[in-house]
Design a protein around this ligand. Sequence first.
Ligand SMILES: [Zn+2]
Length: 181
Amino acid sequence: MKNNLKQNYLENLRGTKLNSKEFYNEVLSVKTIPKFNYSWATGIAIGKFLNGLKEGKILASICSGCESKQVPPMLFCHECFKPMVKMEKISDQGRINTYSLAYINTDATRRENPEIPIVIDFDETINTRRGEPSGILHKLDENSDLSKIKIGSRVKAVWKNENDRIGDITDILYFELMEEN
Ligand SMILES: [Zn+2]
């Protein structure tokens, strides 16, 4: 009895009845390729750092209080909280702080040769409280000899051609292993 009432109700509704093909393909669906343009402020210190990369320079910030020299540059010191008012070009050489061998791409497909993300400690940085250097995450040359990759291995930046640089972290193509002395 209940089902009959429901059936009567549905049959007496006004409007045009749609089958599922009409419903999903013709009435309520829109097919489009979205294109979202956006801009993202880098901030003062990182903005200067990225502009430095465009010129082939690694810029470190220098603390007005404790003389820490840090990469990536900051506006205030993470050691003593004083303003970091100066920036200075430092060497693009350093040592591997840590690394990984990544055999899986971001879309989960397998790689034959690993991508090698590394954290680089730049030689000329100094953290006054801990006495340690600082640096950035980047990647090592994929053609590197895997047996020579160690924590502490020496590396240097390989830059894009000057005319191709855009003020982005990819202005450094990768880091390469240096011959140990
Ligand atoms: Zn400081």
